[in-house]
Design a protein. Structure first.
Length: 475
């Protein structure tokens, strides 16, 4: 066949395979400079009173959502580590006692970080809680999720690479208007490692006070990014994740994990698996073994929605961090396809991007199949690294846009996944509102196990056409 015809065939092919061409949105929203909010700004205010608990945050405390871990810092002395709680405001029937620790980072001396487990909670219930600290005690509330059930509706927020700039504040404020009930956090919290010496610890503290307005009232499920590593040999600090692991806790033992850096929880109708891009994950490592076992524990009859979180995206067409996710893709993509993961969220790249359902599992160094192809069993890959940190946006996408890339835009924002029942979830990327009516990315996500996915059936037909056309070319 002549080159000319080949070209036409391949253009025809790719439009068949992927339907609508991907969109690179040229929209550029106005933004604040990518600099951190000054230390004396009110978003970092220290609560009043001697030894008042600050940096209050909660996360899921068990496998199925009947426990919460409350964490906070007392600055002046250890204090009691006690939380009083109950389902009536001001009347606390229960009390739990946690533990505390303190540490140094270079010459910075941390406050006392407390972690306290509230367990045996009722599902779908509003709890009020008081962190005990004499006259300076503080009170908050949270709502437990519904019991694990295939049709339990639940709305998740998804935030990555947040940092502590005015863009971060805008993202957080917009997120808090979304009505979402828990945050899936994609790594890179404070960006404190952009500072030196004692300021590193100081900026970990400010970040936690900044996000308290949300983290004290709803669980944030943490995953770790490169800015959590804090490898700083010039000041003698070489223990990976030291600040992060002292301050942030996860219910990893409940999912039989051996490290707080990878774990999973079940919440309403979702099974959420959190991976760590910066811990060993190749074959025979602890994380690899654990994921192998955990995927077998997933029961789509109980939790139809299988969601994976990681920091480094496996599919990314931005110049920033291009192909950094290849090593994890080589290790895990086959499992994700085999287990029909619904969606994989990542951060790291400071922009937004969504893929079609594609896989590159046929590729190995000798196969010759070196292109991602439509694959109805594959997850949707979504990068939400656009929280708004001081490194700014990753505005340079690679051209041309790869066929597998459905939508990409370099603006700050967050996403929501509004699970309606076992078959339907409404996904929405929310660019930080700028008063202009411009389409953002929204679609119905059909469940990979239960859903009647019309698009999938279409793809099947296209696969067939692909092989016919491939035969044509070969002959
Ligand atoms: C923890 O705090 C105590 C004071 O309560 C102090 O004596 C100790 O040195 C601190 N430990 C570290 C590792 O900073
Ligand atoms: C690599 O691909 C070739 C050709 O598709 C296949 O025969 C072989 O089994 C693959 N190797 C592995 C290790 O998957
Ligand atoms: C699931 O939710 C979708 C969207 O709200 C709705 O159209 C559909 O009828 C629901 N299915 C069931 C079985 O309730
Ligand atoms: Fe990152």
């Amino acid at each position: 066949m002549e080159m000319h015809h080949l070209l036409i065939v391949s253009v025809f092919l790719s439009s068949l395979l992927y339907g609508d061409a991907g969109i690179t949105s040229s929209f550029v929203r106005s933004e604040w400079p990518a600099v951190d909010i000054p230390l004396d700004h009110h978003v970092f205010n220290v609560p009043k009173g001697y030894n008042a608990p600050q940096q209050v945050r909660i996360t899921q405390g068990d496998y199925d959502g009947k426990a919460v871990i409350v964490s906070w810092v007392t600055p002046d002395e250890p204090g009691s580590s006690k939380v009083h709680y109950g389902s009536v405001q001001g009347k606390y029937d229960f009390v739990a006692k946690g533990t505390y620790s303190n540490y140094t980072f270079y010459k910075y001396k941390s406050g006392y970080t407390h972690h306290c487990l509230l367990s045996g909670l009722e599902h779908d219930t509003k709890y009020y809680y008081k962190i005990e600290s004499g006259e300076s005690s503080r009170e908050f509330w949270f709502v437990t999720p519904p019991a694990v059930h295939p049709d339990a509706a639940y709305k998740f927020g998804i935030i990555g690479d947040l940092g502590q700039t005015f863009n971060s504040l805008s993202t957080l404020e917009h997120y808090m208007q979304s009505g979402a009930q828990a945050v899936l956090f994609l790594g890179d919290l404070s960006y404190a490692d952009r500072y030196k010496y004692n300021d590193v610890g100081v900026r970990w503290d400010t970040w936690a006070r900044f996000v308290e307005r949300s983290t004290a009232y709803q669980p944030w499920l943490w995953s770790a990014g490169n800015h959590e590593v804090d490898y700083m040999p010039y000041m003698g600090e070489v223990t990976p994740f030291k600040n992060y692991l002292e301050r942030y806790t996860t219910p990893y033992l409940a999912s039989k994990s051996s490290s707080p850096l990878w774990y999973s929880v079940r919440r309403a109708s979702a099974h959420i698996i959190v991976l760590c891009s910066y811990s060993p994950f190749v074959k025979y490592t602890a994380q690899w073994h654990w994921l192998d076992e955990e995927l077998k524990r997933v029961d789509r009859e109980k939790t139809p929605w299988l969601i994976v979180l990681m920091h480094v995206p496996m599919y990314n067409s931005n110049e920033a961090h291009f192909m950094e996710g290849e090593s994890m893709r080589a290790a895990f993509e086959e499992w994700f396809v085999e287990h029909k993961v619904d969606v994989i969220f990542a951060g790291h790249v400071h922009a937004y991007e969504r893929s079609y359902r594609i896989s590159n599992v046929r590729y190995n160094i000798s196969s010759g199949d070196r292109y991602p192809v439509p694959d109805k069993s594959a997850p949707v890959y979504i990068t939400v690294g656009d929280g708004g940190n001081q490194e700014g946006l990753a505005a340079r996408f690679r051209e041309p846009q790869p066929d597998y890339s459905a939508f990409r835009e370099a603006s700050y924002g967050h996403s929501t996944l509004d699970i309606k029942n076992r078959t339907h979830a409404i996904y929405h990327w929310n660019r930080n509102d700028d008063g202009k009516k411009v389409a953002t990315d929204e679609f119905v996500l059909y469940n990979q196990y239960w859903g009647k996915n019309i698009r999938r059936r279409k793809l099947k037909k296209k696969h067939y056409i692909k092989s016919v056309v491939a035969d044509l070319i070969a002959n």
